[in-house]
Design a protein around this ligand. Structure first.
Ligand SMILES: Nc1ncnc2c1ncn2[C@@H]1O[C@H](COP(=O)(O)OP(=O)(O)OP(=O)(O)O)[C@@H](O)[C@H]1O
Ligand SMILES: [Mg+2]
Length: 214
């Protein structure tokens, strides 16, 4: 029949520990892509769709130990499924670039390694829930733990459940992100997040241009 070929607009995720600059850099990237005439949808995880945002509250607020690792992982993947089905996939099919503040690498880093659930369960759930609908490009913002936590405290608010997990947790997280990125170089690029906001933004734009616009 006369259906157009199913081309999807690119999907980019930003990853990294607490206070590494993800939300800040998403704003810069959004502006740069818009300036290039690309329609963009910025979104976030956990959340990014009405149902997923309700699940978000269960995850980012309250006592650090309120869930066992598997329950927490299932909540993240339930939210992710809703986010993909309701927000990410429809936007891409409509030709909008999607830029997400966190995606599944956060679950691998936080639950798989931070909370020590291990990588196998996360990989199985990823295959089931995300399959081929994951990001084309992932920017991993890397920063020493103490600098990130100091920055995150400045951000304030009630969404501090993960911030309040121990120092060891955040060190495992940082190492996990670096390992995830090194194991998937076709998708991931590690970005040194210790520079100025604008210097990091131009690095990110150069990577996006190289990987997705050339
Ligand atoms: N390159 C930078 N240098 C110094 N401060 C920065 C830089 N980038 C962001 N900040 C500041 O650090 C704080 C955390 O940044 P941001 O909210 O972007 O991080 P995040 O990765 O989204 O954090 P979270 O994981 O807590 O959501 C903010 O107050 C922000 O203004
Ligand atoms: Mg943020």
């Amino acid at each position: 029949m006369g259906q157009a070929p199913a081309t999807r607009a690119p999907f980019i995720s930003l990853e990294g520990g607490e206070g590494s600059g993800k939300s800040t850099q998403i704003r810069y990237l959004n502006d740069s892509l818009q300036a290039l005439g690309k329609p963009v949808l910025t979104t976030r995880e956990p959340g990014g769709a009405p149902g997923a945002e309700e699940i978000r509250a269960l995850l980012v607020q309250g006592a650090p130990g309120r869930w066992d690792g598997l329950t927490e992982t299932l909540l993240h993947f339930a939210a992710r499924r809703d986010h993909l089905v309701k927000t990410v996939n429809p936007a891409r099919m409509a030709g909008r670039w999607v830029v997400s503040d966190r995606f599944a690498d956060s679950t691998m880093a936080y639950q798989g390694f931070g909370q020590k659930l291990g990588p196998e369960i996360i990989t199985r759930l990823y295959d089931l829930v995300v399959g081929a609908d994951g990001p084309d490009l992932t920017l991993v913002l890397d920063l020493p733990v103490e600098i990130g936590l100091r920055r995150a405290v400045g951000r304030g608010g009630v969404e501090d459940r993960y911030e309040r997990m121990g120092r060891d947790f955040h060190e495992r997280l940082r190492q996990a992100y670096l390992a995830i990125a090194k194991a998937a170089p076709e998708r991931c690029v590690i970005v040194d997040a210790s520079g100025s906001e604008t210097a990091i933004a131009s690095q990110i734009l150069a990577i996006v241009t190289d990987r997705l616009l050339s």
